[in-house]
Design a binder for this molecule. Structure first.
Ligand code: COA
Length: 253
């Protein structure tokens, strides 16, 4: 691996990228990273909790710290979240480490059981915080519409006639790499983790993409399965085409 430019550290040489389960301690770094990575995503302009209608019911206070309104507590309460740690050396040959990206999936077996601390946070602490300072001010009707859109994408992909009819799937909820660390192969490594899992278990990888991620996923072999009409919220078009990656892609007719 050769020296490459990193905005924060200057010229660096990446020695290793490792994936490991994220813990509660990582939540603040990940929330900051998430907000930086999605800063220019049109879907983020919509003031609603990002994972509404998915498995998230509670939302992290870190979002408030970052003056944002839409970070899902999912990252610590359910599912599988892997952080990517980069080991690198700077020009002085000093060996350093940084949390540079993460990804979040729901496995075909559904969410994992919460630990007692996660349960306390998500059912007691965060709802109380949310009551005094609500995060997400979108009307109930809009939330319902978004939820319905995501459900329809899923049905159209995995229901009769859908491209992945009856297949089990890994649901990729979020993947992001800190802008300072993009282009070093971290995104590839995180994606490959789920491709390997899908291949091992005869399942597929499914996601709803934001406009920002579309080209990335197309370049990585995902196919668009459903693209339902965009919903208009506060004059902004919210769209999230469903996409799948299959170990063996179906033949186009
Ligand atoms: C998309 C993202 C996860 C890629 O992470 P990364 O660590 O920079 O990616 P890598 O260095 O591993 O490169 C991944 C590959 O995708 C390609 N790629 C990266 N961004 C791309 C884009 N926007 N469009 C098309 N291809 C893209 C790279 O050229 C590379 O191709 P290669 O494997 O043929 O060399 C990262 O840029 C990111 O977090 N972006 C903001 C958030 C986002 O858009 N998330 C995805 C949508 S939910």
């Amino acid at each position: 691996m050769s020296f490459k430019d990193n905005k924060e550290y200057g010229k660096i040489r990446v020695k290793d990228i490792t994936l490991s389960p994220a813990t509660l301690k990582d939540a603040f770094i990940m929330s900051r990273l998430y907000l930086r990575a999605f800063e220019h995503d049109p879907n983020r302009a919509i003031p609603f909790p990002r994972c509404v209608g998915m498995s998230g019911e509670t939302y992290i206070r870190a979002a408030q710290m970052n003056k944002a309104k839409d970070l899902s507590m999912d990252i610590v309460s359910t599912d599988i979240v892997l952080k990517a740690m980069v080991q690198f050396e700077n020009e002085d040959r000093k060996l350093l480490e940084a949390l540079a990206g993460f990804a979040h999936w729901t496995s075909p077996d559904g969410p994992r059981k919460r630990t007692i601390w996660e349960w306390i946070l998500s059912t007691i602490v965060f709802p109380i915080c949310n009551f005094f300072s609500p995060i997400g001010d979108t009307p109930a009707e809009t939330k319902r519409q978004i939820k319905e859109l995501f459900q329809n994408q899923l049905n159209a992909t995995f229901g009769p006639g859908g491209k992945a009819y009856n297949r089990r799937y890994w649901h990729l909820r979020t993947i992001c790499v800190d802008p300072d660390w993009q282009g070093f192969g971290i995104g590839n490594k995180l994606l490959k983790w789920s491709f390997d899992k899908a291949a091992e278990s005869d399942s597929v990888v499914y996601l709803e993409t934001s406009p920002m991620g579309l080209n990335f996923y197309l370049a990585k072999g995902f196919q668009i399965t459903t693209s339902l009409p965009a919903i208009e919220i506060n004059g902004i078009h919210f769209s999230a085409p469903g996409m799948i990656w299959m170990p063996t892609l179906p033949q186009e007719k």
